[in-house]
Design a protein around this ligand. Structure first.
Ligand code: NAD
Ligand code: TYD
Length: 333
């Protein structure tokens, strides 16, 4: 297989490239990434000289660059996106450009170069949010995105589906829960809290920490993508779930693992339009043969340990970066 991975220098993309090369060492992997603030080649430095791996710096909204790389591959796994909800609240436009326009440029090129499979990585956030007792979302749930990030991902999903219906482009989609694990940028909840606490800084918990997210260890997401590439039905969508916890529970767990007390929590205002709960029903992908292998309790502990042992990776990312989301909270609350 000749695989084009877009956004391979990001959190999930870099984990996926590691996973793919270790499980499919004879496949060729081209990582196409423009390297925004969220793209870190350091996450891939151990495989940078792997004979089957190539990095190309390029923008998915650039038609010429995308056509050039598409001509070299037969399969696409499309991760590249603006991915942080708080940033989308401050500056929605870049989310529309990257997530919607970028996806459409890739789809056009995939059609032109007769790509055998276009796998699109999406999120549960396209479905909107749930009350505490609502049934989890399924593949049949309506799209009701509530943030600019979720709306841009929903639009991208619709474009992907339309290219299947209209042109029979062989597509598949996975809508996944919140991922955690190594190489996740410290702007997201779990790595932000771990790295703040390592530095003995307080952790900004929104509201009372009552919001609920389903958490999945990133390797289980990679395994789900692999399964859908191998056995997924063309044109179909698969929901990939995780274990639900309130943000407060996740925070207490991280505090405990780092030997810190609850006084390290700083309760801050909610983000605008803060989605209360995400939950997914994974029955469909489970029928294909997927089930998570990494429990939350065991792998959050390993994740904390990874951040403790890999300061070289995250410390430069925290230095000199404006904490844009906190600024927004202070403006609005
Ligand atoms: P990330 O923000 O860590 O990485 C995104 C990567 O895309 C970065 O390397 C960035 O440089 C690259 N990129 C951004 N704009 C680009 C452009 N115009 N051209 C080329 N590359 C560009 O994101 P992530 O958390 O790894 O998420 C990857 C995908 O998975 C996204 O599509 C996201 O919507 C989806 N997803 C993420 C989660 C999660 O919990 N992180 C959950 C479900 C789905
Ligand atoms: P995040 O990691 O940004 O993922 P998403 O918004 O895509 O689910 O946030 C996860 C949850 O944690 C969400 O309910 C917002 C909350 N949160 C905080 O309380 N404090 C923070 O500093 C961050 C980044 C998130």
């Amino acid at each position: 297989m000749k695989l084009l991975v877009t956004g391979g220098a990001g959190f999930i993309g870099s984990n996926f490239i590691h996973y793919w090369l270790s499980h499919h060492p004879t496949d060729r992997v081209v990582n196409f990434d423009v390297l925004t603030y969220a793209g870190h080649l350091e996450s891939l430095q151990d495989i940078q000289h792997h004979p089957q791996y190539q990095f190309i710096q390029g923008d998915i909204t650039n038609e010429e660059a995308v056509n050039a790389v598409m001509a070299q591959v037969d399969t696409v796994v499309h991760f590249a996106a603006e991915s942080h909800v708080d940033r989308s609240i401050i500056d929605p436009q870049i989310f529309i450009k990257t997530n919607v326009v970028g996806t459409s440029v890739l789809l056009n090129a995939a059609l032109k170069y007769k790509i055998k499979r276009f796998h699109h990585i999406s999120t549960d956030e396209v479905f909107g949010h749930l009350g505490a007792h609502d049934a989890p979302f399924t593949e049949a749930s309506n799209y009701r995105p509530r943030t600019p990030y979720a709306a841009s991902k929903a639009a991208a999903d619709m474009l992907v589906r339309s290219f299947f219906e209209t042109y029979q482009l062989p597509v598949t989609i996975t809508n996944c829960a919140n991922n955690f694990g190594p190489f996740c940028d410290p702007e997201k909840l779990i790595p932000r809290f771990i790295t703040n606490l390592i530095d003995n800084k307080k952790v900004p918990l929104m509201g009372q920490g009552e919001n609920i997210r389903p958490w999945l260890y990133v390797k289980d997401h990679c395994r789900a993508i692999e399964l859908v590439l191998e056995r997924g039905i063309i044109g179909e969508t698969y929901c990939v779930s995780g274990t639900e916890h309130t943000n407060h529970t996740v925070t207490l767990k991280i505090l405990e693992l780092l030997g810190k007390g609850e006084s390290m929590i700083e309760y801050v205002g909610h983000r605008l339009g803060h989605d209360f709960r995400y939950a997914l029903d994974s029955s469909k992908i489970q029928r294909l043969g997927w089930k998570p292998e990494h429990s939350f309790d065991e792998w959050i502990q390993k994740t904390v340990q990874w951040y403790q042992e890999n300061e070289w990776w995250w410390r430069p990312l925290k230095q000199g970066r404006p904490v844009v989301d906190r600024v927004a909270q202070k403006n609005y609350f």
